[in-house]
Every structure is written in structure tokens, then in C-alpha cells.
Design a binder for this molecule. Structure first.
Ligand code: HEM
Length: 219
């Protein structure tokens, strides 16, 4: 029965060849360091799911942000778990992305024909760090507030355009409701959409070109 449904769908969608190309493709003999990209992908999916769940209770306004997070942690069933997974997942994501990048550097996997895989990776790293920076403000506690004061001030000392960048980031001279709205919008819309787009290209290239093998001595 399942096979017949599979065949019916395959004749219409051609899903078997997609499955074959993506999951049953041949890969060279590699080692555990090559699992870091997939580990990052796994955590990215965790961040997406737990992040969406958090938005069902989180309120991005100065009056309610802090209380809504306290409510999630202490009142919502499994809220502490969802928040914890998102909180620790954020650190794991940065760590894994950097380790994955180091693996690529050490094995020289950024060379021809993988320059564009590397380039999309660099943009992914910026997106991952952006998630961390914008997410840090959302609890709207003292740590979040002052860290963002410092972070935006650092961006503000950029030569010539620094003042302009600071105002764009804060939505004015000081941190306010506009800053929180801006950081929230960036965290839940701009960055996730950029991540999906960049990851799409990154993974397409990995499937199309295939992953590199462990370089031999002198290579
Ligand atoms: C959200 C972050 C990222 C995810 C989810 C991700 C995912 C992956 C996956 C699943 C692979 C397959 C092979 C492997 O796992 O090593 C891969 C390969 C690769 N990644 Fe990433 N990546 C990310 C960030 C980066 C960054 C920051 C760079 C470099 C700046 C990068 C550069 C590359 C390159 C050059 C390859 C090809 C490696 C090879 O063929 O041996 N990636 N990535």
C-alpha cells in the first residue's frame, strides 16, 4: 500500500530522484570534523522551532518584555525548557559555526570550486552573530540594556558613518521602545529570512559540488 502511494506520488513529483540526489549521494571517506556543519544545521532548526514557540508569549515592548519572559520561564508549561533550549542553543550555534569554519580552513575546503560555499558561509557567520546581538536585548533586563548600549556605541565609533549607524540601530539617540521593536523585527524576520536564503544556496552548492575529501600530505 505504502509502496503504491510512493509510486503514485513519484510519478507526479519525481521525489525519488530528489531523495537520491540529496540523501543517497556518494560522499568521500571523511572524519568526525565533517559533522560540524550538520550539527550547526541541527541547532539552527532547534532555534527556529523554539524561537517560534517563544513568540507565542513574548511581548516586544518595554512595559511587557521582561514580565513576559518571566511568565514563560515560571508559568507556561515547559516554558523553561523552550527558553533554555533557545538560550543555550544560541551559544552552541555560534560555537559550532566557528568550529565548522575552522574545519573548512584547516582542510583548505574553501578553495576551487567551493569559493561560493565559503562566501555564503561568511555571510551566514554574520547572520549568526546578528542573531546573538539582537536576541540579547529581548529580555529587556539590566544586562540586556547595558550590553546593547555598549554594542551600539562600539558600532557608533565607525569612521564617518558611525553616528548614522548608531541612530539606525537605536532608532534615535537613546535606547527606547523603537530600539526593542527594531531588534525584535530584525531577530524574527530579517535574519531568519536571510538565514533561509543563504542556507539554501550553501546546501545546494554542497549537494551540487559534493564535499571535499581529507587533503593528503603536500596537497
Ligand atoms: C549557519 C551556519 C552554517 C551551516 C548550517 C553550515 C552547514 C554546512 C554543511 C551541512 C556542510 C557539509 C559538510 C560539513 O558539514 O562540513 C557545509 C560545508 C561547507 N561550509 Fe558550511 N555551514 C554554516 C556556516 C559556514 C561558515 C561560517 C563557513 C565559512 C566561512 C562555511 C563554509 C563551508 C564550506 C567551504 C563548505 C564545504 C566544505 C567541504 O566541501 O569540505 N559554512 N556547511
Amino acid at each position: 500500500m505504502a509502496a503504491r502511494i510512493g509510486n503514485w506520488l513519484d510519478r507526479r513529483f519525481g521525489w525519488r530522484s530528489v531523495w537520491q540526489t540529496v540523501f543517497l549521494r556518494k560522499v568521500p571517506k571523511v572524519n568526525w570534523w565533517f559533522t560540524l556543519g550538520s550539527a550547526t544545521l541541527f541547532v539552527a532548526i532547534n532555534q527556529g522551532i523554539t524561537g517560534i514557540l517563544l513568540t507565542t508569549y513574548y511581548v516586544p515592548t518595554p512595559d511587557h518584555a521582561y514580565e513576559s519572559i518571566q511568565y514563560i520561564t515560571t508559568q507556561v508549561p515547559a516554558g523553561w525548557l523552550i527558553r533554555g533550549l533557545h538560550h543555550w542553543g544560541a551559544s552552541a550555534m555560534v560555537l559550532l559555526t566557528v568550529l565548522h569554519m575552522l574545519r573548512v580552513i584547516v582542510y583548505g575546503a574553501y578553495k576551487f570550486p567551493r569559493e561560493m560555499t565559503w562566501f555564503t558561509g561568511v555571510l551566514l557567520l554574520i547572520v549568526v552573530l546578528g542573531f546573538g546581538f539582537t536576541g540579547y536585548l529581548l529580555p529587556w533586563d539590566q544586562k540586556a540594556y547595558w550590553a546593547t548600549i555598549v554594542g551600539t556605541r562600539i558600532a557608533g565609533v565607525t569612521p564617518i558613518i558611525g553616528d548614522w549607524i548608531l541612530k539606525i540601530m537605536r532608532g534615535g539617540e537613546d535606547l527606547s521602545a523603537v530600539t526593542l521593536a527594531r531588534f525584535f523585527g530584525t531577530h524574527v524576520w530579517i535574519l531568519p529570512l536571510s538565514l533561509i536564503l543563504l542556507l539554501g544556496v550553501h546546501l545546494y552548492l554542497i549537494v551540487r559540488i559534493g564535499i571535499s575529501s581529507v587533503p593528503k600530505k603536500g596537497e
